[in-house]
Design a binder for this molecule. Sequence first.
Ligand SMILES: [Zn+2]
Length: 407
Amino acid sequence: MTHRCRFCAAPLSRVLVDLGHTPLANSYVAPGTPAPDPAYELCARVCDACFLVQVADAVPAEAIFSDYAYFSSFSTGWLRHCEAYAGAMAQRLGLGPASRVVEIASNDGYLLQYFVQRGIPVLGIEPAANVAEAARARGVATEVAFFGRATAERLRGQGIAADLMASNNVLAHVPDINDFVAGVPLLLKPEGVWTIEFPHLLNLIELVQFDTIYHEHYSYLSLLFVERLLAAHGLRAFEVETQPTHGGSLRVFACHAGAGHADGPGLAAVRAREAAAGLDGPAAYDDFGPRVERVREDFLAFLRDAKSRGKAVAAYGAAAKGNTLLNYCGVGTDLIAYVVDRNPAKQGRLLPGSRLPIHDPAKLYETRPDYIVILPWNIREEVMEQNLGIREWGGRWVTAIPGLDIA
Ligand SMILES: [Zn+2]
């Protein structure tokens, strides 16, 4: 079967990395469920025409979204990031009671609440009705809908026009990326600004972050690609900021192609970094697979060695990226006894595929493992600070990406 690019429809012949067949990363399993868990192809391909890195829709969208039962557990660090964003944007754009801020995929109002606090009118657009209800309960006006051209036309018909639109970590999760972006110019005022945040493909490639690849994450975005995407819909980027979130993210500022916003210095800087890394040619993508294989070999060698020495190994963080790592490496309870997670909704269940049982973090202090593998490496420092007690029994921290590290 020939796969076609979800942006430009060119045939996809270049593979970034083939991670085999794995279960859906967020489909936590109830104990007693017969194995094996349903698995789907997970292969990231690169479009030679537009350089969008993408995974195919191997899974019906209903299978992904039907299980959207609990709210994202936002860390305090992420909420601080959002509050700072609201303050900076309100000042930069001079937002006030006559303005309107629209967020696409607004969840429980975690971001828009900071604009509401400043007396700035908002509208959240959120597909999950129960999540939208939680947003309304905290005073964030929210429309239950998937965003795209049709939703934008309907809201425009109701007189909605945005001075600021925000989408954080949603563009990469949209199957029909063209329909999604086509909705933006319909709602954006002539001088309005759309900010888009996404994990930067350049970090994925340079830091071997292959575990951020999973089925629900359709697109892996560079500025190079995003500028083409914007241009196809009458928009343009005029500034870019780098953010430390999610292992290195970009915040792109976009506007109508004919708007008056002058280009900021970040735009040229990130363009230059991507050009230096060769993201506009095949070479930057072709050696990724072998680098991923090396991570797997080193991680498995460590786990097998620990086992042969009679050492106990546990893991921290039942996150999506952990599932990609464990399943690609073929790790199960023979090599890692269990994983702990602070989210009570996950405790008592099993990770899909690897079937590691999920416990409360207190389990670490009861069983005192010799090694604890931090699966969401992006919160490594936070986890280590919160668990200084493991040093009492000589416990050590392990991360597998970008390379094996034992601290
Ligand atoms: Zn393409």
